[in-house]
Write a protein that binds this ligand. Structure first.
Ligand code: SF4
Length: 64
């Protein structure tokens, strides 16, 4: 799987970090930072959760 983050849409809510802290972090302004563009399958559920809870719809999961 590949994770795509549109940082210009991010509203710095931090929900993605709560859902998947191995995959997302936040910079000093709270904007999400992608730690792993292609995380392992063991993170699939948590990344899906991050996609679902992001209030800005800034995260996409591409299954390839
Ligand atoms: S959940 Fe969405 S809006 Fe919130 S920090 Fe993550 S990418 Fe940004």
């Amino acid at each position: 799987m590949k994770v795509e983050l549109e940082a210009d849409k991010c509203v710095a809510s931090g929900q993605c970090v709560v859902a998947a802290m191995e995959v997302f972090d936040q910079d000093d302004d709270g904007i999400a930072v992608l730690l792993a563009e292609r995380p392992g399958a063991e993170h699939l559920d948590s990344v899906r959760e991050a996609v679902a809870v992001c209030p800005a719809a800034a995260i996409r999961l591409v299954e390839k």
